[in-house]
Design a protein around this ligand. Structure first.
Ligand code: TXA
Ligand code: MG
Length: 336
C-alpha cells in the first residue's frame, strides 16, 4: 500500500474526510458506519442532513452488510455493472446509521470502477475495517451543495479547501457525470430510475426483464423536460440558459446588445459572433459528458454575465447529459 493510501485509511478511521476519484466524479468520503464522520460531510458540503448519501463498497460481496430483502434483480445488476456507474437503492440493513440514509429506511450502494477508489475501499476494509462490523465509504460528489460536481482533484480543492483532510488525485474522471440511480427498494412495483447516467434504462430492462419506471421528465421522449419540480443542481453561479442551435446566434447578439459578457458552450459547428469566452465540446454523448463539468466550471470562473448552452439532440443517448444541463440552467432566470 502506498504511503498516501495508508494515510487516507488512517484519516478515514479517525473520522476525517478524504476525497477520492471515481470513474464518474470525485467523491467526498467518510467512514459510512461512523455518524460523527458522516456529519462532517454534510457540514463541509453545506448539504441538508435529510439528503441521503451513497455508500461505496469494495465489492458486491459486502451487499448483505448494508441491505436486506435484496431482490434477485439487484444481484443480477451488481454482477453485470459493478464495479461501475450504477447506484442501487435497497432496504437498509439494521446496522446502517440513519445519518447516511438521511433518516430513510433505504440506502444507496455502489462499487466504483476507478482503481484508486477500489484500492482505498479494499484497504479500508482490511484489518479493523469500519465500525459495527460493516465497512463502506459514504461519499457524495465532492462539491458544495447544489454546485457543479468535481471531475478533477483541483476542482475538489477549489470547492472544499481545507474542509477536506486529503484529496487523492486520480486524474480527470473518465465518465464525468454521476452514476445512474435505480430504486429497487419497493416490493411489488417496477424498479424506478431516479437519476439517468451512463448505465441506461434499456440496459437495465434487458438484464432484469422489466423496464424501469422513468422519472416524469424522461417519459415522453427520453429527454427530461424543463420542469418546475427539478432542483437547481450542478449549477454555475452565473446565469445559465439553454438555447436551441437555431436560436444561438440571435441569443448571443441580444446578450451583446444588452452589454452582457457572454460565455458560450457549443456542441455543433455554429460560428458565433466573438464572445467573452467560448468552449466547444465534442458532438458525442460520452465525450461531451466527460468534459462537461470542467467546461461549465471554466465558463463560470471567466467573469461572464451570462452562459448560453447549445441544447442537445433529442436521442436517448443524450438523456443523461440533457438532465444535467436542464438542472444547470433551471432557475437561472431568477438569478439574473
Ligand atoms: O457517481 C456518483 O454517484 C457520485 C460518486 C462520488 O459516486 N456520487 C454522487 O453522490 O453523485 P451525490 O450524493 O452527489 O448524489 C447522490 C444522489 C442524491 O441525489 C441522493 O438523494 C440520492 O443519490 N440517494 C442516495 N441515497 C438515496 C436513497 N436511499 N434513496 C433515494 N435517493 C438516494
Ligand atoms: Mg452531488
Amino acid at each position: 500500500m502506498s504511503a498516501e493510501l495508508a494515510a487516507a485509511v488512517g484519516l478515514l478511521r479517525s473520522g476525517e474526510l478524504v476525497a477520492f476519484p471515481t470513474e464518474t466524479v470525485y467523491g467526498l468520503g467518510a467512514d459510512a458506519a461512523d455518524p460523527v464522520a458522516v456529519a462532517r460531510i454534510f457540514a463541509a458540503k453545506g448539504r441538508p442532513a435529510d439528503h441521503p448519501l451513497i455508500v461505496h463498497l469494495p465489492g458486491a460481496a459486502c451487499l448483505d452488510q448494508w441491505a436486506r430483502d435484496i431482490p434477485p434483480s439487484a444481484r443480477i445488476l451488481a454482477e453485470a455493472f459493478w464495479p461501475g456507474p450504477l447506484t442501487l437503492i435497497l432496504a437498509r440493513a439494521p446496522a446502517v446509521p440513519y445519518a447516511v440514509t438521511g433518516g430513510q429506511e433505504t440506502v444507496g450502494l455502489r462499487v466504483p470502477a476507478h482503481p484508486l477508489a477500489l484500492a482505498l475501499l479494499r484497504a479500508f476494509a482490511q484489518g479493523e475495517g469500519g465500525r459495527r462490523g460493516i465497512c463502506g465509504i459514504a461519499a457524495p460528489s465532492a462539491n458544495r451543495f447544489g454546485r457543479i460536481s468535481p471531475t478533477s482533484a483541483r476542482h475538489v480543492r477549489e470547492e472544499l479547501g481545507d474542509a477536506v483532510a486529503l484529496v487523492l488525485d486520480g486524474g480527470p474522471c473518465e465518465i464525468g457525470i454521476e452514476s445512474t440511480i435505480l430504486d429497487l427498494s419497493r416490493r411489488g412495483v417496477p424498479p424506478r430510475l431516479l437519476r439517468p447516467g451512463r448505465v441506461t434504462p434499456e440496459q437495465i430492462g434487458k438484464l432484469i426483464g422489466e423496464m424501469p419506471e422513468l422519472p416524469d421528465g424522461m417519459k415522453a421522449t427520453g429527454i427530461p423536460r424543463v420542469s418546475g419540480s427539478l432542483d437547481t443542481h450542478y449549477a454555475p453561479r452565473t446565469a445559465t440558459r439553454l438555447v436551441t442551435s437555431d436560436g444561438l446566434i440571435r441569443a448571443v447578439e441580444e446578450a451583446l446588445a444588452r452589454g452582457e459578457r457572454c460565455g458560450l458552450l457549443l456542441r455543433g459547428l455554429c460560428a458565433p459572433p466573438p464572445v467573452h469566452s467560448l468552449r466547444r465540446l465534442p458532438n458525442d454523448p460520452e465525450a461531451f459528458a466527460r468534459l462537461l463539468y470542467a467546461a461549465l466550471r471554466e465558463l463560470d470562473q471567466a467573469d461572464n454575465d451570462l452562459i448560453l448552452i447549445e441544447a442537445l439532440p433529442s436521442g436517448p443517448e443524450w438523456s443523461a447529459v440533457a438532465d444535467r444541463l436542464r438542472r444547470a440552467a433551471h432557475g437561472s432566470e431568477d438569478r439574473r
